[in-house]
Structures are given as structure tokens and as C-alpha cells.
Design a protein around this ligand. Structure first.
Ligand SMILES: Cc1ncc(COP(=O)(O)O)c(C=O)c1O
Length: 397
């Protein structure tokens, strides 16, 4: 049996007709840039997230770039984030001239560890506004928690750290649209807890475009307006430029497609969660707990429906590479997110991190394996995946 890592063709087939009609409408209108489809999608995302402002942008990467530019974060500044994330998070920080500061992850959730952030900040001095200053004299201005694999970070703790140290909190919710997180005041949506948050609609995301697309969400009207200006080269009105922005616009055809898909998102996330539940049952049936750790669900009992949206289903085992080879021979698709911590990437050698500096990031990079998960994944495919893993560990009945 072949089990691909991701196959969204069933979801597309169900929506092919309205998607084609929506694209056709844009083509007929000849209105391709910041037209009614983008405005409608922005409004729909704002409603979906329960936040006042949503600004459509060209990708998740450009969302973060635009946010950092609008915050005027640059040379002499530093931003704390995770080294166990997609490159874009740290790449954008470096692109605006700021210094990425990598802090280790929680080994159970793979998300930025609030305790490690606290430890990092503990001995730092402060600038005149009470913000921490790192050993090179950079002012630490922000923290970017990444809600990896569709699970929110421990935001209650990270927001408290942000308040204490006067750090702006930018949520990287690229992999987590719709995910929910318990806060002391109630359950909150990913992207709405910090000052600003952003999503990616890369095609393989839970809500995927037919190309690149992204969205920023925020509460503050002035900041939303700054982002709208930033996504058009800092231009307002036409041909008058207040600051240097970029072409970060979401285009009409992508927005039209996303408008059709958004109403299905909660059902797709529920299907992913049901598949995760089934994996758990199967792993238990084969008694594999001594060999394989399954994804943790720290918010399951919180009352949040979307306590995890399983953008990825990631297990860990010290025998990851051998297991992956065996599964590949059995025609089961897997992936490694991510094989190298960002602190050990060549392009960040100038930051002078050493192997061993972020032990949990480094161990995760050696041990994690993403298994197939998508809304149309069949139960017999999942049975086959777990049975193949059980066979590898000599536990198949
Ligand atoms: C955690 C994370 N941050 C940022 C991005 C960047 O998003 P995009 O690919 O839309 O530029 C991604 C997406 O791939 C991501 O997974």
C-alpha cells in the first residue's frame, strides 16, 4: 500500500467547481491587485480569528518581514526566537539587519521553552526603556514564538515574559491557523494573543492557496494601517513614500481560492485531529511507547476544540533514520522537520553558536519524524503505517 506524506487531491476534488468559478470571476473582472476578493478574505479571516484587523500579504515570510519593517526593528536590535522552525522566521529577522537570538525548545512540544527564555534573559542588563540588552549591546525588542506543527506555544508564560521585559510579541502562526490556546482569561486563537500574528497559506498548509499567500492579524488600527502602507512600498497616497516597504501584496486569484476553502478549514482540522486520535490508538495497540514518543497534547483538557490542528503529526525515536528508510521501502512518505537547528545553519555561522548550545533543538533535529496526516487519510493507510513501524521495532503481532 502506498501512503503519501500529504495528498490534498480529495479536498480539491470536492471544491474544484467553486474554485474554478472563483478564479474565472477574477479573470473576467481583470481586477488582479487588492480588489474585492482580498478585501473579502481579510474580513473573513478577521471574523474567523475574532480580531479587528487582517492584512493580506504575499506569503508568511513577507508577513514577518513587513511586521518587522513596520516596527522599525533593524540594526542594533535583537529578536528572540526558536532555532527549531522553518528558516523564514529567523531569516526575516536577519534580513532587516537585526540579530536573531536562538533559545532552546521544550522537548515534549518542540515549541519555544518559556523557562529557557527566562534563563536567557535572567542576567541581561536593560536599556533606558527597561528592555534587555544582549552581550553585544543589541536591544532585545521582540520575541517570536512559533506555534510549530499546529500546536500553540505556552503563550500564557511567554506573554508574561514579554510584559516583564518590555518585549513585543509576534506570533508565528504560519502552521497554526485555527489552533487554540488556553490563557487565564479564556481560550484564544493562534495569532491573536501577541501584539500581532501571521499565517502562511503555502499550498501544503491546513488552509493552502494555489501558490504563495499570507496574512497578518492585529488589534491595533494604527499598526494595521502601517502594515497596509508597508505592503505597498511604504506608499500613501499613491507615489508618496513614508518609509521603505516592499511589494508584499496578496493577489486576487489566491484570495478568491482561499475564500472558497476557508469555510472548510474547521472540518479539515477536525479530520486531522481524528486521524491523530486513531494513530494514538494504533500505537497503543502495538505497545510501542518504549520506542516511539507521540505528539503531546498539553491543551486537550482546556476546553479548546482546536487544542491541536495537526499541521504535522511528528513522532520521535532515537532510531529515526533507520525507521525512515524502512518506511520508505514500504512506500510510506515521511519527512524531517527539521534536520538542522537554525543555530547550526551555515548562513548563521556569524552568530557563533556551537554544537551543544541548544541541546533539545539538536536532539529533536536527530529524532523527529513526520508521518502522513491530511484530512482524506484513510484508516487502513494509518493501520499500515503503524503496523510497519511496529514491524520495524519487532512488535507486530
Ligand atoms: C513556521 C513557519 N514560519 C514561516 C513560514 C513562512 O511562510 P511562507 O512559506 O508562506 O513564506 C513557514 C512556512 O512555510 C513556516 O512553517
Amino acid at each position: 500500500m502506498r501512503v503519501p506524506l500529504l495528498d490534498l487531491s480529495e479536498e480539491y476534488r470536492a471544491l474544484a467547481e467553486p474554485i474554478r468559478a472563483a478564479v474565472d470571476e477574477v479573470l473576467s473582472s481583470q481586477n488582479f491587485i487588492l480588489g474585492p476578493q482580498v478585501a473579502r478574505f481579510e474580513k473573513a479571516i478577521a471574523v474567523f480569528c475574532g480580531t479587528p484587523h487582517a492584512i493580506g500579504v504575499s506569503s508568511g515570510t513577507d508577513a514577518l518581514l513587513a511586521i518587522l519593517m513596520a516596527m522599525k526593528i533593524g540594526p542594533g536590535d535583537a529578536v528572540i526566537t526558536s532555532a527549531y522552525t522553518f528558516f523564514a522566521t529567523a531569516g526575516c529577522i536577519a534580513r532587516v539587519g537585526a540579530k536573531p537570538i536562538f533559545v532552546d525548545i521544550d522537548p515534549d512540544t518542540f515549541n519555544l521553552s518559556p523557562e529557557a527564555v527566562e534563563r536567557f534573559l535572567a542576567d541581561k542588563g536593560a536599556d533606558g526603556e527597561g528592555r534587555p540588552v544582549d552581550a553585544d549591546g543589541n536591544t532585545i525588542r521582540a520575541i517570536v514564538p512559533v506555534h510549530l506543527f499546529g500546536l500553540c506555544c505556552n503563550m500564557a508564560a511567554l506573554l508574561a515574559i514579554g510584559r516583564t521585559h518590555h518585549l513585543r510579541v509576534i506570533e508565528d502562526a504560519a502552521q497554526a491557523i485555527g489552533a487554540q490556546c488556553p490563557l487565564p482569561e479564556g481560550v484564544a486563537q493562534a495569532g491573536t494573543m501577541g501584539e500581532v500574528g501571521y499565517f502562511s497559506f503555502y499550498p501544503s498548509k491546513n488552509l493552502g492557496a494555489a501558490g504563495d499567500a499570507g496574512m497578518v492579524i492585529c488589534r491595533d488600527g494604527q499598526f494595521a494601517q502601517a502594515l497596509r502602507v508597508c505592503r505597498q512600498h511604504g506608499m500613501e497616497p499613491r507615489y508618496y513614500h513614508h518609509f521603505i516597504g516592499g511589494n508584499f501584496r496578496l493577489d486576487e486569484i489566491q484570495a478568491a481560492i482561499l475564500n472558497v476553502k476557508l469555510p472548510c478549514l474547521d472540518a479539515w482540522s477536525a479530520a486531522r485531529r481524528a486521524a491523530a486520535d486513531f494513530y494514538r490508538e494504533e500505537f497503543q495497540r502495538y505497545d510501542l511507547a518504549a520506542y516511539v514518543s507521540l505528539p503531546l497534547e498539553p491543551f486537550r483538557e482546556s476546553g479548546a476544540t482546536n487544542h491541536h490542528i495537526y499541521h504535522q503529526y511528528v513522532i520521535r525515536t532515537p532510531r529515526r533514520d533507520e525507521l525512515r528508510e524502512q518506511l520508505s521501502r514500504s512506500e510510506i512518505g515521511t519527512a524531517i522537520y527539521y534536520p538542522v537547528g537554525l543555530h547550526e545553519q551555515k548562513c548563521f555561522a556569524y552568530l557563533d553558536y556551537r554544537a551543544g548550545d541548544l541541546p533539545e533543538t539538536e536532539r529533536a533535529a536527530r529524532e523527529t519524524l513526520a508521518l502522513p496526516i491530511f484530512p482524506g487519510l484513510a484508516r487502513e493507510q494509518q493501520r499500515y503505517v503503524v503496523q510497519s513501524i511496529a514491524q520495524f521495532f519487532g512488535h507486530a503481532s
